[in-house]
Design a protein around this ligand. Structure first.
Ligand SMILES: Nc1ncnc2c1ncn2[C@@H]1O[C@H](COP(=O)(O)OP(=O)(O)OP(=O)(O)O)[C@@H](O)[C@H]1O
Length: 309
């Protein structure tokens, strides 16, 4: 296994200002290297992947939007302080599944879920579960950075204030921004608008905002797809650091990214039924090394090697 840092290969779609590029040399590995060589590049120093301490047990999960069954029969276990990547072609239900992990689908009219999402021993879909508390404990970072139109400080302080968290707010803001590797860049302009930050900085601010309320899990739905390769590399480094404290689940279209950062990978695809309707399903779930180097299902191999999707 090649130990050089891999290039972050997400194409640049950033509409924000470019970040300073001090890490260009560090991350600017040659283009065109084999996918397999990048596996685990950002996992170095992390423990061996393990499901021995599960956080989520998802079983028989079916998800509908009105009368369209978008996802069929998903069963998988997610381990504590693991980085779990969800990959697969567009429309196979990755975002739909990740949104079930903190009941974000509740906010979509017509969305309906059956089956179980057991989190720390409790089914998140039981009638007496408070979805607001679920979302505090299981935070989410979205594809497009979405800071509030407020100061950097207030973006971070908002959640702790609303949640009535005790302690010194200044310390909490510093801790969250440090945890998201943003403190040094913003410590002298905390009262400036968050909207003046670059795209990569905004995404790290959103990660800081997520960790400020002390969640146990961070869900990330394509967190780098609007970022340039340098900002992407910084977020990947950050994820590797955060994984010592948090459980991370990430949806990504970038297979190299899944290979570089994750411990486990779930590969989804969409089956087409006899009426031509597409239903997402989980094809294979295993350690990232296994999925990328020796997948059990030919559909996984076809996708990983670029023959499909
Ligand atoms: N809010 C929604 N309302 C109705 N249908 C939806 C909604 N969100 C997703 N779907 C449908 O559910 C299916 C799965 O979509 P989903 O976005 O979860 O897939 P995905 O694998 O994340 O796709 P992509 O990689 O393109 O983001 C698709 O058929 C999609 O049209």
């Amino acid at each position: 296994m090649n130990q050089d840092p891999a290039p972050a290969s997400t194409p640049s779609t950033a509409t924000h200002r470019q970040e300073p590029v001090p890490e260009l040399a560090k991350h600017g590995a040659p283009e065109g290297r084999s996918l397999a060589l990048a596996i685990g590049d950002r996992r170095r120093g992390r423990p061996t992947p393990s499901l021995g301490d599960p956080v989520f047990h998802i079983s028989d999960l079916d998800i509908w939007y009105a009368d369209h069954q978008a996802v069929r029969d998903v069963t998988l276990t997610i381990g504590r302080r693991q980085i779990t990547a969800m990959i697969g072609p567009s429309g196979c239900g990755k975002s739909t599944v990740i949104r079930c992990l903190n009941r974000m689908n509740d906010l979509i009219p017509g969305a309906r879920v059956t089956g179980k999402v057991v989190y720390q021993g409790e089914n998140l879909y039981d009638a007496d579960v408070d979805p607001i508390e679920v979302r505090r404990r299981i935070g989410m970072v979205f594809q497009k950075p979405n800071p509030f139109p407020k100061s950097i400080y207030d973006n971070i302080a908002y959640g702790p204030r609303v949640n009535g968290m005790q302690g010194n707010l200044d310390d909490l803001v510093e801790e969250a921004l440090t945890g998201a590797a943003l403190w040094e860049e913003v410590k002298d302009k905390l009262k400036a608008s968050a909207l003046a930050l670059s795209g990569g900085q905004q995404q790290r601010l959103c990660i800081a905002r997520a960790i400020a309320v002390r969640p146990e899990v961070i869900l990330m739905d394509e967190p780098c797809s609007a970022l340039d390769p340098i900002a992407t590399a910084r977020i990947e480094d950050l994820m590797a650091e955060l994984a010592s404290e948090f459980t991370i689940v990430i949806v990504t279209h970038n297979m190299q990214q899944a290979g570089r950062i994750s411990d486990y990978t779930a590969f989804f695809t969409a089956d087409v039924d006899d009426k031509g309707v597409r239903h997402g399903r989980l094809v294979e779930y295993d350690t990232t090394e296994k999925i990328f180097e020796n997948p059990a299902d030919p559909r996984t191999e076809d996708y990983i090697t670029g023959r499909f999707g």
